[in-house]
Design a protein around this ligand. Structure first.
Ligand code: ZN
Length: 264
């Protein structure tokens, strides 16, 4: 299972992501470092925030899914380095900039942390009409997919090429990056199900529904701090569903080279 080769296709571009800067007051930040074996979790809390019972339940769920992704990716990638999970409400600071809850979930390659905004899940249910545990799991698996891209050196290649590209070209590249993260989420679903039969009837539909409904880390960020709505950079609903499904059906990371695919 070698890394995905990136030949050509990365000629130019730039993008980057964005984040709205909100100065949150007293945010809840749970910094959770999964250490070694799944299930061992160290939690740091910043501030005096009292999590609600719903938030406690949700954060337990998020930790469980993250542990599942670690089982799978350790299996698929030699020397897999686990990301740190940060759950927050309100606002949070990352090495990629400040984020507010309106940012949605995101991954920051600078600090190798997956940022999950707990309030996003309510939005997923109500605003995006994508309810269900597996829809939530898909969101986490997609962000972990970005971490995998970072470990494979793909993220750096994309970012390094942005200076040579027009914004339009870079957006196309960004779409490929997002679709590949969807693909990796599908690969995770395939292997997680093989390991522990986690998938029940309707689960894949939930994930596909979420994939089509949301623009993932709806805003990503970049070091420049310029805000770019990610609706331009995530691919169509159909594309997102197709790549997730391809990952789920093949379970084979070598099938996920969105950068050289003839059609997305
Ligand atoms: Zn994404």
């Amino acid at each position: 299972m070698g890394p995905i080769a990136l030949k050509g296709g990365l000629g130019t571009v730039a993008v980057v992501l964005v984040i709205s800067l909100l100065t949150g007051t007293n945010p809840l930040v749970l910094l959770e470092q999964m250490q070694g074996q799944s299930g061992q979790v160290t939690t740091e809390e910043q501030g005096n925030y009292q999590a609600s019972p719903e938030e406690e339940e949700l954060s337990q769920f998020v930790r469980t899914v993250l542990a599942d992704t670690e089982d799978v990716w350790h299996d698929l990638l030699k020397d897999y380095r686990e990301p740190t999970l940060v759950m927050f409400t309100g606002a949070v600071q990352s090495a990629c900039g400040n984020a507010s809850a309106s940012t949605g979930p995101f991954y920051c390659s600078e600090d190798e942390k997956v940022y999950i905004d707990l309030s996003f899940y309510e939005e997923l249910k109500s605003r995006f009409e994508a309810p269900g545990d597996f829809a939530q799991a898909y969101v986490i698996a997609h962000e972990v997919g970005h971490h995998v891209q970072h470990l494979m050196g793909i993220t750096d290649k994309v970012h390094a090429s942005r200076e040579r590209m027009s914004e339009e070209e870079f957006n196309k590249l960004s779409v490929k990056l997002e679709l590949q993260a969807d693909f990796f989420a599908g690969v995770w679903a395939n292997h997680a199900n093989e390991m522990s039969k986690i998938i029940q009837a309707g689960d894949i539909d939930e994930a596909l529904n979420a994939a089509s409904a949301i623009g993932d880390d709806r805003i990503q960020q970049q070091t420049q701090g310029q805000v770019v709505p990610d609706s331009f950079t995530h691919g169509t609903s159909e594309q997102r569903m197709r790549w997730f499904k391809k990952g789920y059906e093949t379970g084979d990371i070598s099938q996920g080279d969105t950068f050289n695919a003839r059609a997305l």
